[in-house]
Write a protein that binds this ligand. Structure first.
Ligand code: NAI
Length: 285
């Protein structure tokens, strides 16, 4: 199926950059957030980003103007999805909230529209039955920062049609990304399963008082060759996200080992959610 119009729901950490990536690849994009401040921040970011690219000679001013014309920030889901061929959801990592949104979007968009979730951990089969089109509901998982990171994980759950997967893989490639296809649904997909092992151990070492978070980051970067340490990455992806992921997993499994670590709970409660709020493990003011 030919995809021309993409709606991105949620203009937070991920959504605004997914929207910009898409528009810079020639798609027509609408982006919506229910929080007016976040939406304004996203508009400002887009304007600054495009101006900077032009100033650096990476983009012609015609291309930047075209991108800005093709990118509409709108305040309601109705406006965002009315004509979309593909909807990419990037809202809070809570299953109940995502299910409610997918049920709403299902009623508002055309019958052919594919509904993808950018969730870090939640497989689409947990959401698909909230819609009348389970064969068109799948995972399309971008990485942070979405304008820079190339990988996209596409997951073919048992309910997803081949056509849906083909279309989503095609969109990812057109966006200049490198998509990988998971033939089975699995919690955390590929990358977050690998990441979780390092992160959990890093938090455990910190909670045990073995080393400071700075030294654990230094060890990961200089001993393992990681481009950034686990705590720098936590600040980038959001301590709030790590908290919600842990709580969702714990709610489901009932296993206390799945709870977010004491440090994550403490940071979450203090509002020290990372780079986006100016403070996490590190200070960004
Ligand atoms: P975020 O908290 O920065 O942004 C989420 C945005 O969604 C907020 O601005 C919020 O106002 C908005 N929102 C909430 N409910 C909404 C609704 N019903 N309609 C419209 N907007 C709504 O979250 P972030 O970090 O961007 O994560 C979003 C999704 O992307 C999550 O599912 C997360 O697992 C996934 N993800 C996050 C990554 C990261 O590094 N932060 C990486 C890859 C995926």
């Amino acid at each position: 199926m030919e995809i021309n119009k993409i709606a991105v729901i949620g203009a937070g950490n991920m959504g605004h950059q997914i929207a910009l990536s898409a528009v810079l690849s020639g798609f027509q994009v609408t982006c919506i957030d229910t929080n007016a401040d976040i939406l304004n921040k996203a508009i400002q970011f887009a304007d600054n980003y495009l101006t900077e690219r032009v100033n650096k000679g990476k983009l012609t001013s015609e291309a930047a103007n075209q991108a800005r014309t093709n990118l509409a920030f709108v305040p309601t889901v109705e406006q965002a999805v009315a004509e979309a061929d593909l909807v990419i959801e990037a809202i809070i990592e809570k299953l109940a909230v995502k299910r409610k949104l997918f049920a709403q979007v299902d009623k508002l968009c055309p019958a052919h529209t594919i509904l993808a979730t950018n969730s870090s951990y939640i497989v689409s089969s947990k959401i698909a039955d909230a819609t009348t089109r389970p064969d068109k509901v799948c995972n399309m998982h971008f990485f942070n920062p979405a304008l820079v990171m190339k990988l996209v994980e596409v997951v073919k759950g048992p309910h997803v049609s081949d056509e849906t997967v083909e279309s989503v893989m095609h969109v990812a490639k057109k966006m200049g990304k490198i998509p990988v296809l998971l033939h089975k649904e699995i919690y955390g997909f590929l990358v977050n399963r690998l990441l979780q092992v390092t992160r959990q151990e890093a938090l455990k070492l910190l909670d045990m008082g073995v080393a400071s978070f700075e030294d654990i980051d230094t060890a990961a970067m200089n001993g393992l060759g990681y481009p950034m340490g686990p705590f720098q990455l936590l600040d980038l992806t959001g301590v709030d996200l790590a908290y919600h992921v842990g709580m969702e997993k714990y709610r489901e499994s009932g296993d206390p080992a799945d709870r977010p670590s004491p440090t994550v709970v403490e940071k979450f409660t203090k509002g020290e959610w990372g780079k986006k709020v100016g403070k996490g493990f590190y200070d960004y003011e």
